[in-house]
Write a protein that binds this ligand. Structure first.
Ligand code: NI
Length: 183
């Protein structure tokens, strides 16, 4: 396993529609392990392959809780079968650090996704888990949460982002595990 660099807003791979996975083999399993490791090191609750520069349909989520409320899920080639209800809540993104906005999402989802063993599974999700899954599936379609906040709010968030990024170059972020930078 290894930590991967995270692509930041402006990196073209975040806007690509990720390609379907054919067979879940060792290469895909290594990608899944790296996504989990990088997500945890960055204190995230989800990470999509686009965000580490790989435009393939693979994402992971880890939300506290059990059953439809939480848990760890591997999402290879996810397909939403049913969605209903609505919820509005704050989202952020490891590719747009320190920027947050309220996003409207479906409250309940039934989806199908392949896991790390290549088994197609049906997943039911509610509340924050449903939110996290919708956010990650958006990534696989090249969509970011700032696309879903409304035009005025988006302009404000982008201005905030540009201000925060002033003087910084590059569109890759090194993930440093918590504590590692402290002596
Ligand atoms: Ni994100």
């Amino acid at each position: 396993m290894s930590l991967r660099q995270i692509h930041l807003l402006g990196s073209p791979v975040l806007r690509q529609r990720a390609q379907e996975i054919g067979v879940v083999g060792d290469e895909v399993r290594a990608l899944i392990a790296d996504l989990f490791e990088t997500m945890r090191a960055a204190n995230g609750v989800g990470l999509a392959a686009n965000q580490v520069g790989v435009a393939r349909r693979v994402a992971v989520v880890s939300v506290e809780g059990a059953g439809p409320e939480g848990g760890e899920h591997v999402l290879v080639n996810p397909v939403v079968l049913e969605s209903e209800g609505a919820q509005v809540g704050e989202e952020g993104c490891l590719s747009i650090p320190d920027i947050y906005g309220d996003v409207r999402r479906a409250d309940r989802l039934v989806l199908e996704a392949t896991d790390e063993r290549g088994v197609r599974r049906r997943i039911e999700a509610r509340g924050f888990l449903a939110r996290a899954i919708q956010h990650e599936i958006d990534h696989l379609d090249g969509i970011l949460f700032i696309d879903r906040v409304g035009a005025l709010k988006r302009r404000r968030l982008l201005a905030e982002w540009r201000k925060a990024r002033k003087g910084q170059e590059g569109l890759l972020r090194d993930v440093v595990p918590e504590g590692a930078s402290r002596l």
